[in-house]
Ligand binder design. Sequence first.
Ligand code: NIG
Ligand code: FE
Length: 395
Amino acid sequence: MSSTVVTNIRTLVTNDPAQGDGGPLGVVEDAALVLDGERVAWTGRAADAPAADTAYDAAGRAVLPGFVDSHSHLLFGGDRTAEFNARMSGRPYTAGGIRTTVAATREASDDELGRNLARFLAEARRQGTTTMETKSGYGLTPEQESRALRVAAAHTDEVTYLGAHIVAPEYADDPAAYVGLVTGPMLDACAPYARWVDVFCEKGAFDGDQARAVLTAGTAKGLVPRVHANQLSQGPGVRLAVELGAASADHCTHLSDADVDALAQAESTVATLLPGCEFSTRAVYPDARRLLDAGVTVALSTDCNPGSSFTSSMPFCVAVAVREMGMTPDEAVWAATAGGARALRRTDVGRLAPGAYADLQLLDAPSHVHLAYRPGVPLTARVWHRGTPLAPLVP
Ligand code: NIG
Ligand code: FE
């Protein structure tokens, strides 16, 4: 195992409030950071940095934790270019296109699914993402859902069972039977590969009672709930997520005051906002300001999927959240790193403090604020995952 000291960091975001200026980002100016093997060994002022085996000169640029993207749907075949084109010509997003992806995914081989997933993970990594959750939901049979999760588990620890994405086409006339499949044989086949259970709680997908059945069955098998909640309309999803102690209520676009209160009082349910989705469906953005002012813990994530949000870019989501959702740059950067870690109940990622994984990114900019200030510019200069640098993008 060897150690590296990253020196000459203009702005270091640690997400450790005990460091730096005392704010939640724990910003240290003129900083250094020591990596030892897979972990962070030391952070602080450059002038106080201990010696290490090798040194890397950050040349006055910013270092922050790798992004933690806690919500994506990367196990799919085909794409939905035609649907996107139609939508940009005025047709609304209804989630009906999920069926198109289900048909294409069922046709794809395990190899194709794996190659597709690896490609998107690499794409995200080049944009600073070092932890990525992904989920099933485009197979909708026990065999298809479990093989998708098996493929996912070979690439990431953060795997979510979403058999309850929509009612499978074969069960269109008998949704109750489909819920029986999702909570029975499909769950048995999928649970060994997954950490989380999810449900799309929405009109036209699963109602509150069905969502409760899915989540409690998953919990009984050792999975932890997270919920697609209040994306297209108000409904019971958010309050159900809080009641069942879900790690996250995702989307949170259409919220009543009672939903906001429930999230504010939740012990450990994060509100995960997905700006790529509203951007790509020309929908109204969730009101992050309202949630933050109420004291809700907010995460940002891409929701990368071929229908509603085909972006793997966390910098893009940060910029949109700042411009369109009322977040400050500091709040958005926290939500895309520490917030994502909270949504995945992780303490070993999303922060740079001794003992955490050495998952970090160097920006070709002096501060993390440039992620929002310079939208669309590829600022990711270098990424370390578990202490190993990826090929440098900028020298
Ligand atoms: O999170 N809302 C449900 N699922 C996805 C969209 C899936 C699709 O359109 O293929 C979402 O936005
Ligand atoms: Fe989603």
